[in-house]
Design a binder for this molecule. Sequence first.
Ligand code: SAH
Ligand code: SF4
Length: 430
Amino acid sequence: MNVYDSQRIADILENMGYKPATQIKNADIILFNTCHIREKAAEKLFSDLGRVEIVKNERSLDGKETIIGVVGCVVQAENEQIAKRAPFVNFATGPLTYHRIPEILARIARDKKICIIDTDFPAESKFDFLPENHAHGGCAYLAVQEGCNNFCTYCIVPYTRGVETSRPLEDVIKEAKELVNSGVLEINLLGQNVNCYHGEDASGKERSLAYLLNCLSEIDGLKRLRYTTSYPADMTDELILCHKNLKKLMPYLHLPLQSGSDKILKAMNRRHDSKQYLQIIEKLQNANPDLRFSSDFIVGFPGETDKDFEATLNLAKQINYIQSFSFKYSRRAGTPAAVYPNQVEEKVKQQRLQILQQELFAMQLDFNQKCVGKTMPVLFESSARNKGEIFGRTPYMQTIVVKGGKENLNLIKNVTVTCGGTNSLTGTLE
Ligand code: SAH
Ligand code: SF4
């Protein structure tokens, strides 16, 4: 979602005549898009701000103005901290108000001394004010839903991104067609809880994500569809059926489990237990036997015992995820779990994370190695680190590197996998 937001902010600025700077010292505007999901992500902002303050001061010695802005969830949660710890910041806007950047920059141009902080939950939708979402390559993100009403007890998202809203169906279809017309082959529909999408159609009737996927899969020229992130309890039978019927829907689904312990899932306020989660996986697997899964995990949630952690390990192994993101529980001020009395020691969290990641990486490596010898369609995204090599993604989102020229970029080509590492594959172009 943050990558999408950053691209849209770049679109806004380019519409105003700005161009990306090649070096930070040449930048008239420096913007940070921020994440507040874990403490580490938020802290990074303040160290980065310290770095650009030096740039701003150096440029000012040369008589050049530098506008520094902060966007995103850290602003929503910590705007006072930003103003206090980094008074040289010119403006800060939350994730729902960045469409106001042109207006904010105009105000700053008039009055250089002001610092504008905008943390509204606006009545208007930013999507109605953003410029056209043009292609940044062969794959594109398309936000269809934002905010969340689930209030998992560890999570800051409902407080920073606000209540759940879905974009109207026709707006999404129009944006998807524009993307495809500008060369996009793959669209990844985004939402904090994307599978609860319920956008209105032209007649005012609410339509589901399954309905939207069916509409989008009819767009000529669009080759691949994905959607992320899904909330397990909202995987409806209608949506599961899409994985059987829609050939453009890629056989890879991110379905965060968080924990394998029913006690912890309950304390997290997740609306599913381990048995229900397994049933959903089974239904999906029946709909499309090629489907593979990835997950998010949190270790060290308050009250997590060794036995609870073991349940997570066991369930993860049973499902055999091909990719995963795992985190130590991070206390977020204002969320219920932050004040639970039974917090887990940092040392224990660290140990559990290491053990879990070892298992998750082993499963990932195993899957990647099993792909060796197979031929898969790959959408090439950009040049790789080594000259004469390019990288792209398989249907399972694996990164794959091949020898090949730039003429292959933003195209789908068949590749035979020759080697499988933990984080990427190598192959040869057919
Ligand atoms: N809506 C998605 C997740 C969005 S947040 C879902 O419900 O699955 C992305 C991931 O960040 C979460 O899945 C969770 O694993 C992690 N996360 C969120 N809050 C966290 C916290 N306080 N500490 C550690 N990890 C957290
Ligand atoms: Fe956060 Fe996801 Fe839970 Fe919503 S469903 S509160 S975004 S973890």
